[in-house]
Write a protein that binds this ligand. Structure first.
Ligand SMILES: Cc1cc2nc3c(=O)[nH]c(=O)nc-3n(C[C@H](O)[C@H](O)[C@H](O)COP(=O)(O)OP(=O)(O)OC[C@H]3O[C@@H](n4cnc5c(N)ncnc54)[C@H](O)[C@@H]3O)c2cc1C
Length: 298
């Protein structure tokens, strides 16, 4: 790990286990955890952050892989985007693999981790809409070996926070054994941050379609009514196909839910027309949602 920051941390601790890392953070309240450093060191280099001490999470082998439990995969927070992009992981959770492959250039994917992506909680975070659509939960480690579980979306929405010295240990993801798709629009060709992203996940056991839209709001949005409506049109015991009209209507439904019209003024006047930027965003969301569902069903 290198930095050009003028003020570097006074101490760097490299624990070998999750509980040791939590203990190190509890012992040094001013210390900050660092995984791949791609977000954190960018803030340090910009002078936005001057951590007095760092607790490096890179040596914790238990967080770099995954294991299975009750029909779920427990993904270590230290899984890199590069690792999640590989074929064996893609066979397990295809949309998460696709989002990891879409996250930045190769240097970033080699270092950046799942836990860092979640903890940073940037609206453009590529894994976040996928985790929202999968209804994933976080296994949070705290002092004294404590573990608690919270939905990823609660952390992203600020409904629940990480307490001091707590770390994201694992991400619990259901194994649905069904098609899932992640699509991303960027403002330029080549790697770039999402201007819009859409994850669509089929859940045949519950006869459900789950969709989440990223980058258009501070956290991923779930268009629940659109999900229920389109799921009711699918012949789950048959070919599972939908007409082009139904796919297009799903796209419009998702876009209207996630990029709403401007509100009327408080004094009761007429609502302003949506700006060209809003109309463009809505078109992009509609297109991605239509394509993602079409691919999932094809
Ligand atoms: C040039 C560039 C391009 C990028 N492009 C993309 C992109 O296209 N898509 C995208 O999604 N992201 C992108 N990123 C952002 C970044 O790479 C990802 O968010 C990455 O997943 C962060 O992981 P990390 O391990 O590097 O986190 P770090 O930088 O190590 O940590 C980030 C934050 O998370 C905290 N943290 C880390 N691990 C844990 C944990 N286990 N528990 C609790 N807190 C933790 C740290 O304290 C810190 O506050 C880009 C970054 C750069 C610099």
């Amino acid at each position: 790990m290198t930095t050009h920051a003028p003020h570097t941390a006074q101490s760097v601790t490299l624990p070998a286990s999750l509980d040791e890392a939590v203990a190190a953070l509890a012992a040094m309240p001013a210390a900050v955890p660092v995984a791949g450093g791609t977000d954190l060191m960018a803030s340090v280099n910009k002078g936005l952050l001057r951590p007095a001490a760092l607790v490096g999470l890179g040596r914790m082998s238990e967080l770099r892989g995954w294991h299975y439990q009750d029909g779920h995969a427990l993904l270590g927070a230290g899984l890199t985007h590069a690792r999640m992009g590989r074929p064996d992981f893609a066979a397990l959770i295809p949309a998460l693999a696709a989002s990891a492959r879409a996250a930045g250039p190769p240097q970033i994917r080699n270092a950046g981790t799942l836990g860092g992506n979640i903890a940073t909680a940037a609206p453009t975070g590529d894994t976040l809409p996928v985790l929202a659509a999968l209804e994933a939960t976080l296994v949070v480690a705290g002092p004294g070996g404590a573990r608690r579980e919270i939905p990823v979306t609660h952390l992203l929405a600020g409904r629940e926070m990480l307490a001091p010295a707590e770390l994201i240990g694992f991400v619990r993801v259901p194994l649905l054994h069904a098609p899932q798709v992640y699509l991303k629009a960027t403002a330029r060709t080549g790697p770039g941050r999402a201007t819009t992203s859409v994850a669509v996940v089929l859940d045949p056991a519950r006869r459900g379609v789950r969709c989440a839209v990223g980058a258009v709001a501070p956290m991923p949005l779930r268009p629940l009514e659109a999900e229920r409506w389109i799921a009711s049109l699918i012949d789950w015991d048959g070919a599972r196909g939908l007409t082009q009209e139904a796919l297009a209507a799903f796209g419009e439904y998702v876009a209207a839910a996630c990029v709403p019209d401007p509100l009327p003024p408080a004094d009761g006047g007429e609502a302003p027309q949506p700006s060209p930027a809003v109309l463009h965003l809505r078109r992009t969301v509609a297109t991605l949602a239509r394509r993602a569902l079409g691919r999932a069903l094809s």
